[in-house]
Design a protein around this ligand. Structure first.
Ligand code: ADP
Ligand code: ZN
Ligand code: ZN
Length: 746
């Protein structure tokens, strides 16, 4: 702060520029300094090479490693006050932790319009009202100004007022408005363009809270302790145990003390339903940050949060970068969800940043889930997080257990075996709905030749192409290439080409044939592409008529489907034997979540899980003893295998269209790292290079190397060294590389 009071301007500004280079660029201050003086957090426009870019001042100092006379002046300062301090802190932390360029991090973490250099202020508009001094006969007294009389009459008919735009559109003029204002008959108020959603009236709550059950009360009481401290809690509550109600009442306490709540939900979880629960409960302004916002709306939401105008901010992953005027609590719902980790560019994990941010602000953070990540479970086990449980559903029925159904060597129709088809029939007959979960879109995973065994493969990836029926094409789900269906096998010329396996489209078709009188609703990325398609389908489903719902995880997550009493998992096996060490954890979480859709309202539910491996010990553990028991086993396996969360991991991914060049660079990177580790005797392991799980994607080859360490600080030292080595290696510049700290997938 002292810096800004100093009367003398700094001679050098260290500026972060949106570029992958991990360094600041020095410029000279120029022009009139803003009233706050030259301080970190101001956006400036600078010439960078031949381009003009928007950067952020990060350092103000008097010396530079370059000769002073060679420093270019900035072109302009874009702000009169620095961007919010808490935001700047978070970006700096993020850049350091994830070994990412600060300029790129700042640019990623700000709304597009700020990135483009637009002003950081809420857009406002004028709203005109008739004043209280007006009476019914006021217009009559304006006989000599008939247009003013008409205007006043119009405003009197609109108690909430009218915007200038609406008034001018009725061919009234600004002069007429000013004249009425001078007579004290109308007044103008400025309002922000995107008002945070707020319900009119007095008091905090728009609708009363529910009376908590014993488990919920105990959890809320625990969360109420220490609202002014950093207090991480893992709230493990089965689906339907009423976690959201606990969040709502915790937020009530926080907002009641004049502070803000930031709530993060998974990408698929930010439904109008979820938002509705918050907006209906509170009278205070709520803003939602999601991918559907326009750039202007996003900037306004940011402004509302950083000015304190919004009390509750709900958003997906990137909302973690929302500046807050007076943070009071951060809540991460479904904390295990993989959408909290960004998988490209700046590879941050919003849950982990939330914990760091809460520590910085000294406020509580709540991680909620029915199936917590092994990372959070280990933190709880070690006492870093308080572990709170809710084991009962808030509604009538206990969660359904998984019933394993053997499908080995059995006839299947659309992937379903006869006993399962019978159970579906009986459920529909009883007037209920059935959810068929199949985590593959398209008609079938591939097209195969029945004569020679040929399978349709993508020319550009090590992957099979998925068969789609409407329209009939082969599509690669990894690079999005499409091909028409071949008439005959390209290998043997046979015309006997058949779909292999089932996707959502095939299940939809088969179920339609099996139950011709029942509507079938398919919910996947293809069927919901059109705007509002999802809402329309959900609207139909909520009517409660017997129906079949076929869907991918889009349907399995987040949605409240009160009329579903039977859930069928078409194939539970894909995750059981996958190479990724987290595959089992993730598929167990998904299975539990799918199962949680059954029997949430008036009737109890059943969950049938089809598998080729009904004796798989992990699957049986999950079915018989539940997620907790399986998680304990997996955690132990990870300890023995020296994998996360017991050890910290960083993954270096390298890719290139040139296979031999790639392998040369990867080997050099491995050798260099091993040399560094040996020389400095670090307790860090370096593995690889090994081919990535899909070695060829979009005609590019992928190799990876891995670092693991028991101590995070050691992993970070090694990672930082590696990044510096890669940036300075002429060879490494010929390939594309990225370092992923705490990777979620290999
Ligand atoms: P979760 O988030 O744990 O899956 P929800 O908060 O969505 O659970 O609650 C599930 C259902 O139970 C919702 O319909 C909710 O309104 C209801 N519910 C939650 N708590 C209570 C309560 N204390 N009394 C009555 N109903 C409740
Ligand atoms: Zn063939
Ligand atoms: Zn492909």
């Amino acid at each position: 702060m002292q810096k800004s009071l100093s009367p003398r301007a700094p001679r050098v500004l260290g500026i972060a520029i949106p570029s992958p280079l991990r360094r600041l660029f020095d410029y000279r201050p120029a022009g009139t300094p803003p009233s706050c003086g030259w301080v970190p957090g101001l956006r400036v426009r600078v010439s960078f090479g031949r381009r003009q870019l928007v950067g952020v001042i990060v350092e103000c100092r008097d010396h530079s490693e370059l000769e002073f006379s060679r420093l270019k002046p900035i072109d302009a300062c874009l702000d009169s006050a620095p961007l919010p301090e808490d935001w700047l802190w978070l970006c700096r932390f993020t850049a350091r932790y994830y070994q990412h360029a600060l300029g790129d991090t700042l640019s990623h973490a700000m709304p597009v319009l700020l990135r483009q250099g637009r002003p950081f202020e809420a857009r406002t508009r004028e709203r005109w009202h008739a004043t209280d001094t007006c009476s019914e006969d006021s217009p009559g007294k304006l006989a000599r100004a008939p247009r003013q009389a008409a205007l006043l009459e119009m405003l009197q008919q609109h108690p909430r007022g009218l915007t200038s735009q609406a008034i001018l559109a009725q061919s009234f003029t600004r002069e007429q408005l000013r004249a009425l204002e001078a007579k004290g008959l109308v007044q103008c108020r400025e309002e922000t363009l995107t008002q945070a959603v707020t319900t009119e009236g007095k008091g905090l709550l728009a609708s009363p809270s529910l009376t908590l059950n014993a488990e919920q009360s105990a959890v809320l009481a625990a969360l109420h302790e220490g609202l002014d401290q950093f207090h991480p809690s893992l709230l493990q509550g089965v689906t339907g145990s009423g976690k959201t109600e606990v969040y709502l009442q915790l937020i009530e306490a926080v907002v009641g003390r004049g502070r803000q709540a930031l709530v993060l939900v998974p990408e698929i979880g930010l439904t109008p339903q979820t938002l509705g629960r918050f907006v209906q409960r509170f009278r205070v302004p709520v803003v939602a940050l999601h991918s559907g916002l326009t750039d202007h709306e996003r900037l306004d939401a940011w402004q509302a949060a950083s000015s304190g105008r919004a009390s509750i901010i709900i958003g997906t992953r990137s909302a973690i970068f929302t500046p807050l005027a007076s943070p009071g609590v951060i809540i991460i719902d479904e904390e295990h969800d993989s959408s909290f980790k960004q998988q490209d560019g700046l590879r941050y994990h919003a849950r982990d940043l939330a914990v760091m941010r809460a520590r910085h602000h000294q406020i509580p953070v709540v991680l909620g889930s029915a199936t917590p990540s092994l990372e959070s479970l280990l933190h709880a086990q070690r006492g870093n997080y308080r572990h709170l449980h809710m084991r009962q559903r808030a509604t009538r029925h206990p969660p359904a257990r998984l019933e394993l159904t053997d499908i080995k060597a059995r006839v299947r129709r659309g992937g379903l075996v006869p006993p399962v088809i019978d159970t579906i029939g009986a459920t529909l007959k009883a007037g209920h709905q059935v959810l068929v979960f199949i985590n593959r879109r398209g008609f079938a995973p591939t097209l195969a030749c029945h004569n020679c065994g040929w399978m349709a493969e993508c020319d550009h990836c090590d992957a099979r192409m998925t068969l789609h029926r409407h329209p009939p094409i082969l599509a690669c789900h990894h690079c999005d290439r499409r091909r028409p269906l071949p008439d005959a096998c390209p290998d043997c010329g046979s015309g006997d080409l058949r779909p292999l396996g089932s996707g959502t489209e095939r299940s939809e078709e088969t179920l339609g044939e099996l139950f011709p009188d029942i509507p079938v609703y398919r919910i996947d990325r293809d069927s919901t592409r059109a705007k509002d398609a999802m809402d329309r389908i959900l609207g139909e489903i909520r009517k409660g008529e017997p129906a079949l719902l076929v869907g991918t995880q889009m349907l399995a997550k987040g949605h409240h489907l009160p009329h579903v009493t039977l859930v069928v998992v078409v194939n539970a096996d894909s995750g059981l034997y996958a190479s990724d060490f987290r595959a089992l954890e993730h598929s167990a979480q998904l299975l539990e979540q799918v199962a949680g859709r059954a029997g949430r309202a008036a009737h109890p539910g059943r969950v049938l899980v089809q598998t080729m491996h009904p004796d798989d010990p992990n699957l049986r553990l999950l079915a018989e003893r539940g997620y907790d028991a399986l998680a304990r086993t997996l955690l132990e396996e990870r300890r023995v295998a020296a994998l996360p969360p017991w050890r910290y991991m960083a993954l270096l991914r390298l890719e290139s269209p040139n296979e031999s060049q790639l392998s040369a660079v990867a080997n050099q990177a491995g050798t260099a790292m091993r040399g560094f580790l040996q020389h400095s005797k670090r307790e860090v392991d370096c593995l690889g290079p090994v081919p990535a799980p899909m070695e060829r994607r979009q005609n590019r080859y992928h190799l990876q190397l891995m670092l693991t360490a028991e101590k995070r600080s050691l992993l970070h030292e090694a990672s930082a060294w590696w990044v510096a080595w890669l940036e300075n290696s002429a060879e490494a510049r010929r390939v594309r590389w990225s370092l992923d700290i705490d990777p979620q997938t290999l």
